[in-house]
Write a protein that binds this ligand. Structure first.
Ligand code: OSB
Ligand code: MG
Length: 372
């Protein structure tokens, strides 16, 4: 793939409402957008790293720096021969930085697929033309506020609700949602690593509410703890933060630490590795679903394509654009009977709106591609 220019942009995207988790509050999404340009096509990738290193060690300023100083120079050494399939291998000497690597690989893959006229969904061997939409609900000040918020999403047609929890905000809000919405509503919780194994007895109080899963109750590096917790609670455990690679996933599955996996391309270094992760889980009969990171239309398009693979048997954190943004930087994704349509056009199948992008751009850096 011949490339001539890379544009790195930082966008400030105001969220429709602040998103609160056990690790912090976000009211503006600081997006790092990667655009690669060649004579045949332009490709886009969104880096999902957040402003602060609280969810994972990566953060957006760090991702920006590692792309500029370490990742792009390595890719440029491959010259015109560079293809998306080898991006991960070329970048593998650089440890970690999966979200930065994923954004670059996605942009190059998108350009390649656009030039070839192939959609991301077909490249990943997707089998669905629409995917089930779930919604992730941040921590609210009161239970009344929570019930009102969830009512709106249920009325909009979301197929399942994920509630962010933390010590002090768990059993009572879950009880309130079950009392209000009944047991038909698929409901799950996400702790973002805010408990310890000493909380096992407390977490077992969630068992009576018939949750689809509890996501990442313990620390990222505590696979042994998750396996021990799995023996003490009935609610299935899903891992998110812990799953940084296919190898980490197999380890967690084999040790009984995870019954379900949240697949996020940014966390494992790209959509091609995310597909590999899906494939090993599918082979083993481990259900997976597509996680989200408050993406704009660029990242959302890629997530929807990923979720079209056959093993994504549970609704993902794939919401309509208006769940997060009043105005998206692509044509908005909308909810139709609880689903989002899988883009069918070449590459990501969306068209970034340069005028809207310019309006929210806080920093723009152009790099001439020099095949060294
Ligand atoms: O843990 O899944 C998570 C958002 C940012 C960082 C981590 C997580 C999340 C979400 C939101 O839960 C998912 C979404 O709707 O994009
Ligand atoms: Mg999570």
């Amino acid at each position: 793939m011949r490339l001539e220019r890379v544009v790195l942009r930082r966008l400030a995207m105001p969220l429709v409402s602040p998103f609160r988790t056990s690790f912090g509050v976000e009211d503006t999404r600081d997006v790092l957008l990667v655009q690669v340009e060649g004579p045949e096509a332009v490709g886009w990738g969104e880096c999902v790293a957040m402003s602060e290193p609280l969810y994972t060690p990566e953060y957006v300023d760090g991702a920006h720096a590692v792309i500029r100083s370490h990742l792009l120079p390595r890719l440029q050494q491959r010259g015109d021969e560079l293809v998306a399939d080898e991006v991960a291998t070329v970048l593998s000497p650089v440890k970690g930085h999966q979200m930065a690597k994923a954004a670059l690989e996605t942009a190059i893959l998108d350009a390649e697929l656009r030039a070839a006229g192939v959609s991301m969904s077909s490249r990943l061997c997707g089998v669905r033309d629409r995917v089930g939409a779930g919604v992730s609900i941040g921590i609210t000040d009161t239970i009344g506020e929570l019930v009102e918020l969830v009512s709106g999403y249920v009325e909009a047609g979301y197929l399942r609700v994920k509630l962010k929890v933390e010590p002090g905000w768990d059993v009572e809000p879950v009880r309130a949602l079950r009392e209000h919405f009944g047991y038909e509503l698929p409901l799950q919780v996400d702790a973002n690593a805010s408990y310890t194994l000493a909380d096992a007895a407390h977490l077992s109080k969630l068992d009576e509410f018939d949750l689809v899963m509890v996501e990442q109750p313990l620390r990222d590096d505590d696979i042994t703890g998750h396996a021990a917790l799995a023996r003490q609670i009935r609610t299935p455990i899903c891992l998110d933060e812990s799953i940084t690679s296919v190898a980490a996933a197999l380890d967690a599955i084999d040790r009984g630490a995870a019954a379900i996996l949240n697949v996020k391309a940014g966390r494992v270094g790209g959509y091609l590795e995310a597909k590999n992760l899906h494939d090993v889980c599918f082979e083993r009969g481990v259900p997976v679903w597509c996680g989200g990171m408050l993406e704009t239309g660029v990242g959302r398009a890629a997530n929807v394509a990923l979720a079209s693979l056959p093993g994504f048997s549970l609704p993902g954190d794939i919401s309509a654009s208006d769940r997060y943004f009043r105005r998206d930087i692509t044509e908005p994704f909308t909810l139709e009977s609880g689903h989002l349509a899988v883009p069918q056009g070449p590459g990501l199948g969306i068209t970034p709106d340069l005028q809207v992008i310019d309006e929210v751009t806080t920093l723009k850096e152009e790099i001439i591609w020099q095949a060294t």
